[in-house]
Design a protein around this ligand. Structure first.
Ligand code: IYR
Length: 233
């Protein structure tokens, strides 16, 4: 039988702070509109300027990403923020090798057709131009350290890391930074270049900075509310 005493169900609890008040509807509508208008400004950018971004801004955004909910609160993510020119160059070289393979041989014609509106190709100069690259790794299981045979499985890893990346994109956008979600495939070269252990699967390579002055973006739209949602009420 379940123990009726909630204190014995799990870890100790604490009062929920800061979220007990029910907000006024007017405030809530304005907040949702502001968030929508801010996030609507986000575009995937492929022409970056080399203007620097203070490390503390990146740190705050990573802390925001780390607030994401995760399976069993295992927080199965690791972020590597790369601002070093030599490391960015190595990443660009490795990514372009994979991309060339992709565009010249691996990608089926249907995939190339789907990418046509984006105007992408194997050349990725932004991996060197942008001030920061953030490689996000998904921790499939945990070990106590190198050589440790005993491992603990993580749950809902892709969902958890995907949510953390969403938080990160929103945080970076909120402080006026442009981003590109880049996924050279396969991305295992990131483990080697960045010295991450094999249980960490490269999940996403984020390019972060400011758009170049003459930056253009493809003319593409987003689906309407009716297209993306259904209300049952
Ligand atoms: N990784 C390649 C191809 C690519 C694939 C998808 I799906 C995109 O939305 C964009 C690009 C590249 O970065 O060029």
């Amino acid at each position: 039988m379940t123990d009726p005493n909630p204190e014995s169900w799990g870890s100790p609890t604490e009062p929920l702070s800061g979220r007990s008040r029910r907000p006024e509807l007017e405030w809530q509508l304005a907040a949702s509109e502001n968030f929508l208008s801010e996030i609507s400004r986000r575009r995937s950018v492929r022409d970056f300027s080399s203007e620097t971004v203070d490390r503390r801004v990146i740190e705050n955004c990573l802390l925001a990403a780390g607030r994401a909910p995760s399976g069993a609160n295992q927080q199965p993510w690791h972020f590597v923020a790369v601002g070093d020119a030599a490391t960015k160059r190595r990443i660009r070289q490795a990514a372009e090798r994979e991309e060339e393979e992709f565009y010249q041989r691996r990608a089926p014609q249907a995939w190339l057709d789907a990418l046509q509106p984006l105007g992408t190709d194997q050349h990725k100069p932004f991996l060197e131009t942008a001030p920061w690259l953030i490689a996000i790794f998904a921790e499939t299981y945990q070990t106590a350290g190198e050589g440790d045979e005993h491992s603990v499985k993580n749950y809902y890893v892709n969902e958890s890391v995907g949510i953390a990346c969403g938080f990160l994109l929103a945080a970076l956008n909120s402080c006026g930074l442009a981003t590109l979600t880049h996924t050279p495939s396969p991305m295992r070269f990131l483990n080697e270049i960045l010295g991450r252990p094999k249980q960490e699967k490269p999940f996403l390579l984020l390019v972060v900075g400011y758009p170049s002055i003459d930056c253009t973006v493809p003319k593409i739209g987003k689906k309407t509310l009716d297209e993306i949602s259904t209300f049952v009420m």
